[in-house]
Unconditional design. Structure first.
Length: 83
């Protein structure tokens, strides 16, 4: 799943989700998450007829199933003020 979809799911801003990930980057092993390249993002965009988002300043993170689980725990810390 992509970061902006997960931000919608967790009812937070994509910017805040990315901040939480970057602050806890050591928890995200390479097989949990990666950042898309511009070519990968452009390839995804061609699969959609319309885009609900404008241009992106930063490439989105893509999360595996394990990455989504880790993200949930990181965001839980954010919500309870554990960082």
């Amino acid at each position: 799943m992509l970061d902006f979809d997960l931000a919608d799911l967790y009812e937070t801003e994509t910017k805040r989700l990315k901040e939480a990930v970057r602050r806890n980057i050591g928890r995200f092993l390479p097989d949990f998450m990666f950042e898309l390249t511009k070519a990968e993002l452009d390839g995804l965009r061609t699969q959609f007829a319309t885009s609900k988002r404008g241009g992106t300043r930063y490439m989105p993170f893509a999360f595996t199933e394990q990455g989504v689980a880790m993200l949930a725990s990181v965001l839980k810390l954010l919500l309870i003020g554990g960082f």
